[in-house]
Design a protein around this ligand. Sequence first.
Ligand code: ZN
Length: 287
Amino acid sequence: MPRSLDRHSVNTATLGYQMPIGETVDAIARAGFGGIAPWRREVEGGDVDVIARRIRDAGLRVSGYCRSTYIPGTSRAAWAANVDDNRRALRDAARLGAECFVLVVGGLPEGSRDMPGARRQVQDGVADLLAEATTLGVPLALEPLHPMYAADRACVNTIRQALDLCTLLDPARTSHLGIAIDVYHTWWDPELPEAITRAGREGRILAYHVNDWLVPTGDLLMDRGLPGEGVIDLESIGALVRDAGYRGLTEVEVFSHRVWKHPPDRILADCVASIVQGPPTYLQNVR
Ligand code: ZN
């Protein structure tokens, strides 16, 4: 087993939800990875403590728990229901021992054109959740998404914007609020080096997600590449993240109809190969 695989985790979406979570846990551990990032759809409705034990027994860390219900709503009551739903998920994140709860914050409420208003709702929602996260000891990881998702998935779109929100809501840097850096969403940003450096300096990097941008991209949501397949300079970005002080797991997160045509063990083998045979110094860079 290549020694550095244990510094990587697998986001279960990468495997296309083809197996029950218990089997997924075992397959990821068997492949040699050091962590897992499960999704709520695999956990909710099951016995969270049993799942948590299975993950622990397999020797895996939980690099993140995916993910928040979108925060903005069409009314104050809808907003409050969304925040409550996230509060419940945070409790599961704590039981799983997740190293962060991933916040994909949501975009415009249905029928709205009010982007500043959506962002205010996000700010208020994260402020509310931060109190719960602090009590539970599960950090909130704001994940900025590529601006092409601003309308329907996340109105937090750059690392700088996410960090500004962290500063506003958590000026004391309590370690309960930070960001998830996903190369798919951030690689294009002309301010990327400064933004990653700032994130490190402010102690905010809670997760690092890798995959690749394919040219052409056939589907804006479900056509990511495995690391090394596309145009993202994983070597340079990995070096920035390492130099910023991040020492957590590198999470492989690939949404791809192309990848999901294969059985999970084959996908895991492809992930291993893409990590091992990817850009030559990529692994050293993120260690
Ligand atoms: Zn991600």
